[in-house]
Design a protein around this ligand. Sequence first.
Ligand SMILES: [Zn+2]
Length: 370
Amino acid sequence: MTTIERSSLEVAVVANGQALSVPVYKIRGQGNGPNVYIQANMHGAEVQGNAVIYQLLEQLKSLTCLGDITLVPLANPIGSNQKSGEFTLGRFDPITGENWNRGYHFNAQLPVEFAKANPDLSSDEIKSEFRRAIIEDLELSKLNNPYGAKTCQLLCAQLQRMAFDADIVLDLHTGPISSRHLYCPEYAKDRATLFDIPHVLFIPSDFDGAMDEASFCPWWQLQQAYQAQGREIDVMVDAFTLELGSQEWLSLDAAKEDSDSVLSYLQARGSIDSSIFQPKQMTRYACMLKDYRAFYAPQSGLVEYLAPFGEVLEEGEPLVQMLNIERYGDERCVTQVRAPEPCIPVLHFASASVNQGTELYKVMTNFFTL
Ligand SMILES: [Zn+2]
């Protein structure tokens, strides 16, 4: 039986002086497998990842872990408590308007300087020394900066500090109303089929502020920097964002499926000693991030979302039906908005009333199967 240690980590202090913390579950690895960091619920309404962590804990307690596995549910206590009426907001810091998942730290100079200063280190030395360097850089720039850091950056830095100890980072999110989809860095393409996720978005290996990018970018850029010096090394860290359904929705049964899917990836990577988890046979569609298109409402109105997720929608087929009841008697009262090209709908807006220009759907175009 595997021991699961439970602790908590303070990640924010709010105006009345109350400290907010996140639960941290840790399993010590019994071998030399890759260390793993998994967090959930960075966006307040995206709760399903917590259920996946629950199911992972349930399964991991009877498995042998070869690397350390750290699981952090409820990763954003400010966002989780940001309610308005019956809804959870929690996607943006209400004070600055910034997306909570864009506050992570990245120093683009570090990989270049490190490779230049350490041309001859062994692979193992590069891994341990560069890890030490990025942790030190994070602590100096955010956690111990004499000028301080923003609330969002401080929260992110505490989480990132834990993620920096890992070789595998999984950030569990959901869409608004959404199917399962995976953000996968282009360099890790061959790992996309280890998850049971039918939609895969291949993202460039650049930094845009999110946890997955903050975790893999230093290592990807380190690989690039060594390559520029004529030396080939592996990208030593894998990081993915998993979008596991819709916000404001919880299903322990669906979470068990996602837990199996995560375990099949961890098994293939050697983090757990097991042979029982296999990726499902399924059609997996993929596209490049530039081909993952938002479709904006051409007019305001009330919306009936027609296009199902995960099926190819041909050009001219309807995405939504719109009701403009103020125009009754006019042909513009009920209209349909149609797909401008063949696409696969992945998610849609959560509300049935929209302004002109609201992002109605996100769809994959120029898609292919894996
Ligand atoms: Zn999210």
